[in-house]
Design a protein around this ligand. Sequence first.
Ligand SMILES: [Fe+2]
Length: 386
Amino acid sequence: MTIAGRTPTSSGFYVSEEVPIHAENPVPTPSSPAPDILRCAYMELVVTDLAASREFYVDVLGLTVTEEDDEAIYLRTIEEFIHHNLVLRKGPVAAVAAFSYRVRTPEDLDKAVAFYTELGCRVQRREDGFVKGIGDSVRVEDPLGFPYEFFHAVEHVERLAWRYDLHSPGAIMRLDHFNQVTPDVPKAVRHYQDLGFRVTEDIQDSDGVVYAAWMRRKPTVHDTATTGGDGPRMHHVAFATHEKHNILAICDKLGALRRSDAIERGPGRHGVSNAFYLYLRDPDGHRVEIYTQDYYTGDPDNPVITWDVHDNQRRDWWGNPVVPSWYTEASPVLDLDGNPQPVVARTDASEMAVTIGADGFSYTRKDDTEEMPEYKQGEYKLGYQL
Ligand SMILES: [Fe+2]
């Protein structure tokens, strides 16, 4: 199996120069320049039981409460100096209300309005912000159906990095990235390239089907990723720890609290991104990743890494299986009126179908002539235990 036009490496993946991805049905490229996005900044999550969510995010994961009332809780990570990285808002349906990005200057909000207006998207702007702690903001229903927000003005709060007396063994340092489920990955990637994102990694097959892609503004592997599936939906929001042992400490704590059922997948080492990971599910089922130690991507000629979808180490470097729920379940996203966006089915091949179960196959060593042992076939060994 080879991926055309890309250079194989001794690690098993392929590298190439970044080029605009080919999409069969692209979103038009606006003539208006894109806003200059700095980084993913916060997610607004709608939760059905604010007390249960507070217990999970504050008491178990240790996020810091900046501000709270009966309707919403504003949380931040230890190294953060802006008001929040996560808003938990009480509501009837568990969903995502905003994927929010910070932009470089106040004028970038004018650019955001022009960029999305030209695309015919619904756009709202509020000078005093949509949530506490944030100033002038633009919210849009983007061409893929995701609720995107852009802001620059923000209330500063104390950065608690030096307050080691407050750090837990599983201390969460930063918001790292979002992950969005969308049916047409090349269409999404092409649009986010227009918005100024750079591609760092993707998963493809030899026919050129793209199953997932990772894109960044800040110089890490990603600020957001697109996972192929029925969408628009939110796959996960990811927070970073300093080191691997912090992630193990979170697992130990969940075990001690008899809450191991919050662990969906991992801990493990990703192939994609090279990061150490753990996937949790919050009380509403929103997926949260704890993530650490990916690599620097800030040079303009940073090589794009492409993984073969059949490489059994792409999603877990140790070859551990991906549980089926990780492929199939995700959170609804809301339109600007607060209603869940309709979900469109993916028509391209499904990563789960081509790698798991009777129809799927994967390899550990590409050139092996021996068949993979039965217990490893289809990456499904743990799935049978669910
Ligand atoms: Fe992730």
